[in-house]
Write a protein that binds this ligand. Structure first.
Ligand code: TZP
Ligand code: MG
Length: 229
């Protein structure tokens, strides 16, 4: 996948939520269910441990064609020759990350407030992570939540594809897509699922179903306007 291909369903890993299963197993099941980007997120490991895990996961995923990106750490992404990084606002600045990783890397950036959305207009990123959409127990240091209204406001302003994250599951991702997310990222909806493959499959189905009516109405609008002219 190149950095320009849209991401529909990203799995963000959480070792603790995988329970007795390995992250590699959960990732491979999720990919079999349709996840099209994996973000390795490791908050407890030191640098050496993180690099080892990244190399192992990259090796496991090598035949899938699904990109692997690294949470927070450009150095780990470089060391593991990952496909990119997901950066927070306190991580390496995007222009420097872009210089280090090269033009073809996937660089995603979290936005947590409106000033960050505005600043991101000038940045060379593959997507904005709209974070969080809803409150979530998986990450508790978030500042407020965008909600569907906030997401829609970003969508009408930003030039970047948007990936919604935070509290997303089968019950609400359709409305997140309808509100303007081009894709969604989940942790617990897949890592905590008894059957990660089935969970991914069902999430993807919700996303696809939500996208079809909006494509349909755009086509109808295009047909109508071409008939007017
Ligand atoms: N960034 C913003 S919210 C979040 C991250 C990593 C956690 C999302 O976890 P969940 O379980 O999908 O709500
Ligand atoms: Mg981060």
């Amino acid at each position: 996948m190149s950095r320009h291909e849209p991401i529909a369903l990203m799995l963000v890993t959480d070792r603790g939520l995988c329970g007795s299963r390995s992250v590699e197993d959960v990732v491979m099941q999720a990919i079999a269910g349709g996840v099209d980007c994996v973000q390795l997120r490791e908050k407890q490991l030191d640098t050496r441990g993180f690099v080892e895990r990244a190399l192992r996961l990259k090796q496991t995923m090598r035949s899938t064609g699904v990109p692997l990106i690294i949470n927070d750490r450009v150095d780990v992404a470089l060391a593991a020759e990952a496909d990119g990084v997901h950066l927070g606002q306190e991580d390496m600045p995007v222009p420097i990350a872009r210089q280090l990783l090269g033009a073809n890397s996937i660089i995603g950036l979290s936005v947590e407030n409106w000033a960050q959305v505005e600043r991101a207009q000038d940045l060379d990123v593959a997507y904005l992570g709209v974070s969080p959409i809803f409150k979530t127990l998986t990450k508790t240091d978030t500042k407020g939540a965008w909600g569907l209204g906030g997401l829609a406001r970003i969508q009408s302003f930003s030039r970047h594809p948007l990936i919604g994250i935070g509290g997303l599951n089968q019950a609400n991702i359709a409305e997140v897509v309808t509100a303007g997310a081009h894709g969604v990222a989940v942790v617990s909806a897949i890592c905590s699922a008894l059957d990660p493959m089935q969970a991914a499959r069902e999430l993807l189905q919700c996303i696809k179903t939500a996208k079809v009516p909006s494509l349909h109405s755009r086509n109808v609008a295009a047909i109508t306007s071409s008939q007017v002219h």
